[in-house]
Design a protein around this ligand. Structure first.
Ligand SMILES: [Zn+2]
Length: 243
């Protein structure tokens, strides 16, 4: 009897693996190098605030701001964009999926910020579901990691509905933890949000057209230089500054 039970469990497990793999390859068209449009998804909205902190704006506000900045950067790079929301409204996940799948030759990028009970937890994370989305996810993560002092939370698979049901390459970016003091403070700063949007835009433009094509705005270029100098300066500058 126990042997039979374990056999059934094994069979059920194998069956579920088979089901997973069919879902994984289900009709996802790899447009990650040919796409003509980007569906930009600002996470949460309206009655769904997402991660909420006592100080600073809720997740839904900062995701919208980064998404709008990302959209502008992409348009400046001559890439067509579709926003799943452009204001503080609630959009059900299925409607977001319908919008991403309504595009013929697109990729989907969802913007989120993270939350943890452990206040020390920090870092960028990028999620994907279909194998056609892996390159895109890795490139975004790699570009975010060029921001000085950033922490690498890695690239992971996830079963989020907007990723699982996408017919095109689809990724979800967690742009840092609102629950972490440093990253929460940064998320409140529009210049930092512009930097996040710039890094993600560069990843998408590179994925489509190759490296060296993307041009950051002069303001971002200066900001990146300044931050890099600041990061490399560190405490080694201290002796000169103090007596
Ligand atoms: Zn979120």
């Amino acid at each position: 009897m126990p042997r039979l039970v374990s056999r059934i469990v094994t069979l059920a497990f194998v069956a579920s693996l088979a089901a997973c793999s069919t879902v994984g390859t289900r009709g996802v068209k790899n447009t990650s190098k040919t796409f003509s449009a980007v569906v930009v998804d600002a996470g949460h909205g309206g009655k769904d605030s997402g991660a909420y902190r006592r100080y600073g704006p809720p997740e839904k506000m900062v995701t919208l701001d980064v998404a709008q900045r990302l959209e502008r950067n992409l348009r400046e790079s001559q890439i067509k964009t579709v926003m799943t929301r452009d204001s503080d409204v609630f959009i059900p996940l299925n409607d977001r999926v319908a919008m991403e799948n309504a595009q013929k030759n697109a990729i989907f990028v969802s913007i989120h910020f993270n939350d943890s009970r452990k206040r020390k937890t920090r870092g960028f994370e990028t999620y994907y579901h279909s194998s056609a989305s892996f390159d895109l996810a890795s490139r975004i993560q790699q570009k975010l990691m060029t921001i000085p002092n950033s922490a690498n939370g890695g690239v992971h698979t996830a079963n989020f509905r907007v990723l699982r049901l996408a017919n095109c390459p689809a990724v979800l970016v967690e742009c840092g933890y609102l629950s972490n003091r440093a990253e929460g403070n940064q998320a409140r700063d529009w210049e930092y949000r512009e930097l996040l949007a710039d890094r993600i835009a560069e990843a998408l433009v590179e994925q489509r057209y190759g490296s060296g094509v993307y041009r950051p705005s002069p303001q971002i270029a200066a900001q990146l230089r300044q931050q890099a100098e600041h990061a490399s300066g560190g405490t080694s500058l201290a002796p000169g500054g103090s007596r």
